[in-house]
Ligand binder design. Sequence first.
Ligand code: ADP
Length: 495
Amino acid sequence: MPVEMELDPFVLAKSLSGVHLIDGEFVAPVNGKTFDVLNPATGKSIGQAAEGDKDDVDHAVMVAKAAQKSWAERPARERGKLVAECGRVLNQHVDELGKLIALESGKALRTESRVEASVLADMFVFYGGLASELKGETVPFNPNMMTMTTREPVGVVGAIIPWNVPLLLMAIKVAPALVAGNSVVVKSAEDTPFTVLRVCQIMQQILPKGVLNILSGFGPGCGGPLVEHKDVKKVSFTGSVETGRTVYRAAAEKLIPVTLELGGKSPMIVMDDADLEKAVAGAIGGMRFTRQGQSCTASSRILVHEKLHDEFVSRLKDRVNALKMGNPLDESTDIGTIINAKQRAKVCKYIELGSEEGATKHELSALPDDPELADGQYVRPVIFTDVKPDSRIAREEIFGPVACVFKFKTFEEALELANDSDFGLAATVWTTNLKTALVATKRLEAGFVQVNQNLVVQPNLSYGGIKLSGLGREASLESMLEHFTHKKTIILNME
Ligand code: ADP
C-alpha cells in the first residue's frame, strides 16, 4: 500500500481508526468492537482503536507463521537491507510520526515526541546493518568431526509494548526480531495505538506481507491470548512489574523465552566534587521532567552530598520552574501531559502521600492557562526534599514528575542508599574524581550505569535491568543474537 505523508495528526488518527494491520492489510476486528482513544491534552476522542481479542490474535499469528518461513529463507543481509530501508523511509516521516505520538501520548513534540520518532528510524538502520553478524562458530571438538554452530530464528515473536515510548520500544523488539528471520505480532498499548499502526503501515511498503502485524486491544483480552498462543515462540514485553509477572507465568506454561523490561526507581548520586551545573542539567534530563517523568529509567531518587544539597535543590527548582507546560503539539511547549486520567490520579495520590510521609514538597512550573486544555492530564512537577529512605515515595515507582532528593554525608552511605531498592534498571554518578567514578560503576546495582551524563536508550548499547527491573537486554547486537535466535550445534562425522 503506497503511503501518503499526512502532517495533520487529527486526520491521521481518524484514518487509522477501527483496524488492525494483518498480512499487509488493514482489517477490522473479528468482533467488530472498538474503543475510544483520548487526547490527554483535552480529554476529547481522537479516534477509535480496534479492540482485538483471541480471534484476531489467532488470525495474526497464523499469518505470521506462514510468512516467517520464506522470510527466514532469504539471505540474512537481504533481510537486513529491507529493515534498514524501513529506517530510511521512516526517517522521512519523523515530523508526521512525532506529531501523531504527541497527540495520542501527550508528550511534547519538540522535547520528546519528535526525538523519539527519529531514534525509531535510527534503530531500524542500526539493526539492518547487523544482519551479517548472524553467524556461527566452528568448534575444535574432534579432528575427525566438523563441528559448528548456526543461529536460527525462533519463529513467531509476540511483542507487547507500553504507552510511554511506544515507537522506540517497538523498534528495539521488531528490528532485531525481523533481521534475525522471525516474524512479529505486536500488541500496542491501549492509549497509543495509532503511531505504532502508522509505522507498521509505512513498513508494509518495504517488507513482505505478514512478517510484521499489529494488533490493538486491552491487556488481558488481546495481550494475554498473544502470550498464550501455541505458535508464539518468544515474547518480548515492556511494561509494569505486575503485568510482567503475568506474562512470565503464561510463558512458563509453554516454556518459551521471555525478555522483560519492567520498572525502575533509578538513583542519581551527586558527589561533593561534581560539576554542579552539569549535575542539575543531568537531573532535569534524567528525571525526564519534559516527559512528565514517565520513564522506566527516570532518575527519581536524587542523592546529593550535604555540601551541595541546598544549592543543588535551589538550582534544580529554578530550572524546573522555567519549563513551560502546554499543548503537546505547540513547538514552544517543554512539558506535555500525563498519559491518562487513571495515571494522573495515581501520581496525584503519591504527591499527597509524600506530604503525609513528612517530606517537604516543592511544586514547580505552572499549569497551562489555555481553557482548551482545562481537562488535560496536567500535573505540576514536584520535588520532595527531606525524604525518608523507607517511605513509599522513596521506594515505589511513581511514573510521574515526582523526584525525591536525599542528603548524604559519605560515599559509602550514598552507595548503600542507591542500592537499597527492589529495582535495578539505571543509575548515574556525578563526580570529577576518577576513582569515585570507577568504584561507583562497579558497585551500583543496575543494568545501565553512567558517569556525568544521562543518556536514554541508544542503538548498540545493551539496555535492561536486574532485580525487579527485568530480564534480558535490548537495543544491541547481543539482544538480537541472544533473544531472537536459537543456537544450533551441528556435528559432521568425517570418518
Ligand atoms: P501500564 O499499567 O503502564 O499500562 P502494563 O504493564 O499494564 O502497564 O501494560 C503494558 C502493556 O502490557 C500494554 O500493552 C498492556 O495492554 C499489556 N498488558 C496488560 N495486561 C496484560 C496481560 N495480562 N497479558 C499481556 N499483556 C498485557
